[in-house]
Design a protein. Structure first.
Length: 200
């Protein structure tokens, strides 16, 4: 199970295994050191779609959703954890078109609008993350240590583990191809420790 948190400097998205909680890494988005932390659980509020089960429209320009009910429209805010907070009830007539909705939000809840600048930064961070992930030679090679034997019935390493290992510099594809899940975990710990020990 992978844990997600945000960089403390730029808010960039980070993903890591439970065994790396507390490790300080250089953020792949902004390069600043940031700790890998378990974000606090979202408040226990039922999802608004579970309450209404109606048509939901998502607008990329706003940090929210518009729920279209039979006789009314609800504007909800998107908050961390996928829980939505109800913000306002709009008369369907006041919504009308996408432009009218955005104009209304601009006027009454400007903080809900994502600025063009924010969206640009988010896209460029995502591009950089994809580049780093896709780059085979991201890290110089790590010499492979003695690995514990694969356990009876041990599942195959996950694609994410393998991708992470390649990014960390494990280049032995024959080894990666027969690696078990626990073995991959062991190798990830080893490669991280090896990388952390470099240049010290
Ligand atoms: Zn960052």
């Amino acid at each position: 199970m992978w844990i997600k948190c945000e960089c403390q400097h730029c808010g960039g998205h980070l993903e890591f295994g439970r065994e790396h909680v507390g490790v300080v890494v250089d953020c792949p988005h902004c390069g600043q050191p940031t700790p890998l932390i378990v974000p606090p659980p979202p408040p226990q509020v039922p999802r608004i779609t579970e309450i209404f089960g109606q048509r939901v429209k998502m607008y990329p320009q706003i940090q929210g959703y518009l729920l279209e009910l039979r006789d009314r429209c609800l504007l909800t805010e998107r908050v961390p954890g996928g829980v939505m907070k109800e913000l306002a009830e709009l008369a369907p007539a006041s919504v009308g078109s996408r432009e009218a909705l955005l104009a209304l939000i601009q006027q009454r809840w400007p903080r809900l609008l994502l600025s063009e600048d924010y969206r640009k930064r988010k896209r460029s961070g995502e591009r950089q993350m994809r580049r780093i992930r896709g780059e085979g030679e991201f890290a110089p090679p790590v010499p492979v240590p003695e690995i514990p034997a694969r356990g009876m019935g041990e599942a195959d390493a996950t694609p994410k583990q393998l991708r992470f290992l390649r990014n960390l510099g494990v280049r032995d594809e024959a080894l990666l191809g027969r690696l078990g899940k626990a073995q991959a975990g062991f190798l990830i710990d080893y490669a991280l420790a090896y990388r952390a020990g470099e240049g010290m």
